[in-house]
Design a protein around this ligand. Sequence first.
Ligand SMILES: [Zn+2]
Length: 239
Amino acid sequence: MGKPIHKVLLVAAVAVIAWPFFPNDEVQAWGFYGHKRINRMACFTLPPELFPFFKKHIDFVSDHAVDPDRRRYAVVGEAPRHYIDIDHYAHNGVDPFAVVPRKWADAVAKFSEDTLNAYGIVPWHIRLMHARLVEAFQRGDVDRILSNAADIGHYIADAHVPLHTTENYNGQLTGQHGIHAFWESRIPELSAESYDHFTGRARYIDDPLTAAWEAVIASHAAVDSVLDIEKAPEFGMAG
Ligand SMILES: [Zn+2]
């Protein structure tokens, strides 16, 4: 087999997120529709070494894209895996990404595990899921490969949702209550057919943790746009 296919997989999941994102209710990013579609599209970006396996199991990977949201209330510790309220850590123009250490151990040392869990751990959880996925591939455990692949696609998709990177995750601080479901569910359900889903091939990523942080940084940079555009009369929830 030549290539470390387990690593390529993560990349595919990451790469597919060039999909124009629009996120479901306050408990789930992307809604069921969005998550299923993102995982499905991710399979099509995979290189030839991986594609046949995932094509065979594409319905599983797509249908189970929403498992992490389904277990949010049943599994202790599940909820913070889906977001990071990065703006909790810095105010008054200070860059929160310069404040929060990227490595889990460093972040725990600085802020404590309780605090990190209180404000979300999505970038670190993507890294953990990647390690589990690699292990499943190494063992040749098809069931675990598929469940981990479906899960990691979910968390990576969540990391690409601007509203999953802010304390104002549902517009509650700016008089835009309900924007989370509007952005994650209603918009994609109404308009996904008109999106350009061509995202190109999956790209190999050496450093999944850095890639996860880069996704969060890019998402967070779009928070203002998401909120401002909703306020425009022609686009908003009232429209
Ligand atoms: Zn989620």
